[in-house]
Write a protein that binds this ligand. Structure first.
Ligand SMILES: N[C@@H](CCC(=O)N[C@@H](CS)C(=O)NCC(=O)O)C(=O)O
Length: 287
């Protein structure tokens, strides 16, 4: 377990050359680095995003709302390439001062409404369309508890486990042990919950499932971090059953394609401006 010991100096200084996959976009300051407006398409909802687990939550939600017939959920999904720093444009910072995808503008309100943080976006859309969030107080409290559980827990899975297992410039046993322990504990929380419940909040599919699946479902499938074997995710049988049921939903399949820039080309729809963009994608595959 021995690793060179680091003695922190009295005052931390930013070493812009420090390693790691995301070193080029990580900074200790916030705000815009370039002056650039965001594009605005024809639909009421304008999404600025990328198909990471946090981004996929919102595209799945929008596709689920459209599948229920809510035409007001039509949206343009603009691609934000975070590895190239596009989240630091002045236009993006106006929508999300925290410079992280996903970010949403709703142009159907008297003055356009901005919403950032994926959990806030899911709640905003659920309330706007009165779907996927129970109204009965106890059921609503349960749903929001799981939604916020996801928001609070996933940074340990992503920023902790994923970062040190995949992205860090060196493999640190202490950090990988610490965050693997926590990741497995979280998988066990979900597995136990899903042993007695079809969906996270019981019989109904809600924004809690929509928030949790893109992280935990994709990790157990090995799609995120390629760690299914390391974490022995097949042992979480109830979580796996739920993961596969949600994976088979048409809206989830569509939502996972939007703003995707990696993996097989047939699964990538860089921008979505119309429902027919998916059909054109199928045509591309056939042709
Ligand atoms: N808590 C935020 C997290 C968003 C987030 O971390 N987004 C990442 C991609 S998954 C991002 O935009 N990173 C760019 C950066 O850190 O500069 C949410 O759920 O919306």
């Amino acid at each position: 377990m021995s690793q060179d010991t680091y003695n922190p100096p009295k005052v931390w200084k930013w070493d812009a050359t420090s390693g790691g996959k995301w070193a080029s976009i990580n900074r200790p300051i916030s705000g815009a680095t370039s002056q650039e407006k965001l594009p605005v398409g024809k639909h009421p909802l304008q999404l600025y995003s990328l198909a990471t687990p946090n981004g996929v939550k919102v595209t799945v939600m929008l596709e689920e709302l459209l599948a229920l017939g809510h035409s007001g959920a039509e949206y343009d999904a603009h691609l934000i390439r975070i590895a190239e720093g596009q989240q630091f444009s002045s236009g993006f910072v106006e929508v999300n001062p925290n410079s992280k995808i996903p970010a949403l503008m709703d142009h159907s309100t008297d003055t356009p409404t901005r919403v950032f943080e994926s959990g806030a976006i899911l709640m905003y859309l659920a309330e706007k369309f009165n779907e996927f969030l129970p109204t009965e107080p106890a059921a609503r409290a349960e749903c929001l508890s799981w939604l916020f559980w996801q928001m609070g827990s996933a940074p340990y899975l992503g920023g902790g486990f994923g970062h040190f297992y995949v992205y860090a410039p060196e493999k640190f046993e202490y950090a990988i042990d610490r965050f693997t322990m926590e990741a497995k504990r979280q998988l066990d929380v979900l597995d136990k919950r899903l042993a007695d419940n079809r969906f996270i909040c019981g019989d109904d599919y809600t924004i809690a499932d929509i928030a949790i699946w893109p992280w935990y479902g994709q990790v157990v499938l090995g799609n995120v971090y390629d760690a299914a074997e390391f974490l022995q995710t097949h042992e979480y049988t109830h979580l796996m059953r739920w993961t596969k049921e949600i994976e088979s939903r048409e809206a989830v399949k569509r939502g996972c394609m939007v703003n995707k820039t990696s993996g097989p080309e047939s699964g990538q729809l860089h921008e979505r401006h119309d429902a027919s963009d998916f059909d054109n994608k199928t045509q591309d595959k056939i042709g």
